[in-house]
Design a protein around this ligand. Structure first.
Ligand code: NDP
Ligand code: MG
Length: 384
């Protein structure tokens, strides 16, 4: 039977790649629901091509345009957060691809879990903000398969192994476009330079996160929730992005997953697990691969790494504050309101000004998220 898929964030980089995987495997998958933010033109094209049963555009003001572009095509349509939740929980859906950007993905993903849907998770912010709640909701009920390439690599390396035999996880990081930049050079980098990632083509927010290395900080937290808080997670800079991450076991054996840097590989794996699908993508060419390099990450030049470690250590609502302050600071940088080096400063100040509270229910993290957005917005206004 075909798996019925809903995609949250279908117009984004992961969403478009997911639709490409589905289009290449029509005998395995069927698009059941699509949700996006405001890119109505691309969204309408997707709805016309894939003919889902239920759709939602977060931006309510674009719904009349969507209807016009769909030219009479009948489809159940929602908007706002409730529309995303509808797509995430629609009765016949088997797998929900969680690929919105930012903490906006949290509520629909959690609702999908509660509705018993298998989750293919790209939206790492969901785990950063509410790891405990999300893991608790999913435990023994629904599979939560990572799409993030590092976590997919770890998941694959763990296949058939016992978690109790992990000695440590080694998360690889490309180091981003400023891997070799000095502190001084980083003071004057432009938005264009920061958006120019050496190995991956991704959405703007995660591309800036890669430049500050906050992406690896968020992934550190993501790995802790997915694979066990007590499992040591080390980060190593591997500029070529060929080894996607690895596990060292108690006997010092290391199992790594390697491949071309193309998100369609971990997306296809998350959708087809435990099967593997034939892929039209090229094999890794060992003859042109001259060398694989490894270096220590520099926590001083990339303070976001330390901030993420600190937030996880402090726990409670602090990771939600780290994430929300980062989202605001990254957007302020993209809007050219603050310089690049202010991003970690804003996050640091927001964290310093926050009194963490225990996370007992969803509202606790939503409140921390709202507070941190307001706080970081104030800090960003002062900074420019
Ligand atoms: P993009 O910015 O390319 O896409 C984000 C998607 O989310 C778009 O479809 C956007 O809609 C939608 N969206 C944003 N806000 C809302 C909202 N409030 N309600 C509904 N939809 C919304 O991001 P990416 O695809 O790059 O990343 C998505 C997630 O996957 C992130 O969490 C990222 O960290 C993670 N990830 C991405 C990787 C990549 O290679 N890109 C790799 C690993 C993880 P619209 O554009 O229509 O407004
Ligand atoms: Mg990643």
């Amino acid at each position: 039977m075909k798996k019925r898929i809903s995609i949250l964030g279908s117009t984004g980089s992961i969403g478009v790649n997911t639709l490409d995987v589905i289009a290449n495997n029509p005998e395995h998958f069927e698009v059941w629901g699509l949700a996006a933010g405001s890119n109505v033109e691309l969204f309408a094209e997707q709805v016309k091509k894939f003919r889902p049963k239920v759709v939602s555009l977060f931006d309510t003001s674009k719904i009349p345009t969507l209807k016009k572009l769909l030219n009479g095509q009948k489809v159940e349509t929602g908007s706002g957060r409730s529309g995303s939740v509808k797509v995430a929980t629609a009765a016949d859906v088997d797998v929900v691809v969680s690929a919105m950007v930012g903490s906006a993905g949290l509520v629909p993903t959690l609702e999908a879990i509660r509705a018993g849907k298998a989750i293919a998770l790209a939206n790492k912010e969901t785990l950063v903000v509410a790891g405990e709640l999300v893991m608790e909701a999913a435990r023994d009920r629904v599979p939560l398969i990572p799409i993030d390439s590092e976590h997919s690599a770890i998941f694959q390396a763990l296949n058939g192994e016992r978690r109790s035999q992990i000695k440590r996880i080694v998360l690889t990081a490309s180091g981003g476009p400023f891997r070799t930049f000095s502190q001084e050079q980083m003071e004057t980098v432009t938005v264009e330079e920061a958006l120019n990632h050496p190995n991956w083509k991704m959405g703007n927010k995660i591309t800036i996160d890669s430049a500050t290395m906050m992406n690896k900080g968020l992934e550190y937290i993501e790995a802790k929730w997915l694979f066990g808080r007590d499992v040591p997670v080390d980060i190593i800079v591997h500029a070529q992005s060929i080894i996607h991450s690895m596990i060292e076991f108690v006997d010092t054996s290391i199992i790594a997953q390697l491949g071309i840097p193309d998100m369609r590989v971990p997306i296809a794996y998350a959708l087809s697990y435990p099967e593997r699908l034939d892929s039209p993508l090229p094999s890794l060419d060992w003859t042109t691969l001259s060398k694989l390099t490894f270096e220590e990450p520099d926590f001083e030049r990339f303070p976001c790494l330390q901030l993420a470690h600190d937030a996880m250590e402090m726990g409670e609502t602090m990771p939600a504050v780290l994430n929300a302050a980062n989202e605001i600071a990254v957007q302020a940088f993209l809007d050219r309101l603050i310089p690049f080096k202010e991003i970690p400063e804003i996050i640091r100040m927001a964290m310093n000004n926050h009194n963490p509270k225990p996370v007992k229910e969803l509202q606790d993290v939503l409140d921390a998220d709202t507070w941190a957005r307001e706080e970081a917005t104030k800090l960003a206004t002062v900074a420019h």
